[in-house]
Structures are given as structure tokens and as C-alpha cells.
Design a protein around this ligand. Structure first.
Ligand SMILES: [Zn+2]
Length: 219
């Protein structure tokens, strides 16, 4: 494979990027200043070392934020060897609500809506025909997290914030089935986003006002 085709096929692996767009990216790189390509390559090369995945919500975050010194005795509840992001370690967040969403990109949008609880990133949705749902999302991790928080009497509500798509609906139903027995035993509420999110819309692309609306009308 020639270098142009090789790079094109790499871009095609990106979510939502088809062969034509991938080819356009390669052409863009060719006409940009060489410094741009070097800069881009360097940033990609160091991405792994500069980021961590949070062990509680599973979102990716920059290690730089972790280096902020916290006053002794008031620091985040971070155990040795654990990666905990700035949202999960923020003592001012409402620990009683857990917002379950599909991907990291959804968090930015929900944050802009004014939500100040905690999160859990599923890492995707479950396809309608999927036989082993655990393979597609962090189902086991979510159930463990919910059990821990609820047992510690910290949890009063789990909000299932999935996209208004058929896969999102399917995933929500499966999650409800799995979480319900825990909710009944440990006494917390399971809710879903309400009106505002139009059919087919993904949380990532919904505007903050729409999300705020869907949050306030959740049931
Ligand atoms: Zn986190």
C-alpha cells in the first residue's frame, strides 16, 4: 500500500469518517505547512503518556490537571495506584446522582447544561442483535460502581442519559433490567432523560439548553 492509501485507511478508522473524508484529511495534510504535520504527529505520539482513564467514571483526562496540589487533609479521595479524574475527585460535586452516558464527548455537553453530579461513561451502545451486551459497553463496571455507591448510601438516583436512537433505547432498556434489582435492594431511583431530545438525536450534538430541559423533565 502506498503512503497516501495507508494514511487514508488510518483516518477511515475514526468514528463517522468514510473513505472520501479520510482522503480529504490526507490532502489537507499535504497542502499544510510541514510544521503542522510534525506538530500533529508529536501530539499524537505523546497522547498516551499525557492522559489517563479515570477508574471511577472511565473518561479520559489530562494528567496535567492531576498535578494541581491539593491542601493536606482536604484533597481528593484518591487511593494509591488509582486514576481519579478532577470531576470524580471534586468534593463539591453532588455524589447522590450518577449520570450514565455513552461517550466522553457527551460529558462536555452535559457539563454546559449545568449538571453537577457524577458520571459513568459506558463506552458505547448495544446493537439490537448483540448477544453478549457486556462486550459492547462497561456493563459489569457500571453495576459494580452502582453497588459500591449505593451500599455506601451515597446514591439516590441513576440517570440513564442515552441517545434517542434505537440502539440508545435498546441499551437503556437492558440497563434498566440489570439495575432494577440493585435499586430495589439499595433504595435509589432510576430515571431517564425527558422531553426535549428529539428522536434520533445524540447527546453529543444536543445543545446545553435542550439537555437542561431533558434533565429537569426526567422521570
Ligand atoms: Zn472520573
Amino acid at each position: 500500500m502506498n503512503p497516501l492509501d495507508r494514511l487514508t485507511s488510518l483516518f477511515e478508522k475514526f468514528p463517522g469518517i468514510g473513505p472520501r473524508q479520510a482522503r480529504r484529511f490526507v490532502q489537507f495534510l499535504l497542502i499544510e505547512q510541514p510544521g503542522f504535520r510534525t506538530d500533529l504527529a508529536e501530539h499524537i505520539r505523546h497522547l498516551g503518556a499525557q492522559t489517563s482513564q479515570c477508574n471511577r467514571c472511565w473518561r479520559w483526562y489530562s494528567n496535567e490537571a492531576k498535578e494541581t496540589p491539593t491542601p493536606k487533609g482536604r484533597g481528593p479521595d484518591r487511593s494509591v495506584g488509582e486514576n481519579i479524574c478532577s470531576i470524580c475527585s471534586n468534593l463539591h460535586r453532588d455524589k447522590a446522582t450518577l449520570f450514565v452516558l455513552e461517550k466522553d464527548a457527551d460529558i462536555d455537553n452535559v457539563e454546559r447544561s449545568g449538571y453537577r453530579g457524577l458520571y459513568f461513561v459506558l463506552g458505547g451502545t448495544i446493537a439490537l442483535a448483540a448477544e453478549e451486551p457486556e462486550k459492547y459497553i462497561r456493563m459489569r463496571e457500571l453495576l459494580r460502581r452502582i453497588e459500591q455507591d449505593a451500599s455506601a448510601l451515597q446514591l439516590s438516583e441513576v440517570i440513564l442519559g442515552l441517545s434517542a436512537t434505537s440502539e440508545g433505547d435498546h441499551t437503556r432498556k437492558l440497563l434498566q433490567e440489570k439495575i432494577l434489582p440493585i435499586a430495589e435492594g439499595l433504595n435509589f431511583k432510576i430515571s431517564s432523560l425527558g422531553r426535549g431530545l428529539s428522536t434520533g438525536s445524540e447527546l453529543e450534538y444536543a445543545d446545553p439548553d435542550t439537555i437542561a430541559n431533558a434533565l429537569s423533565s426526567r422521570s
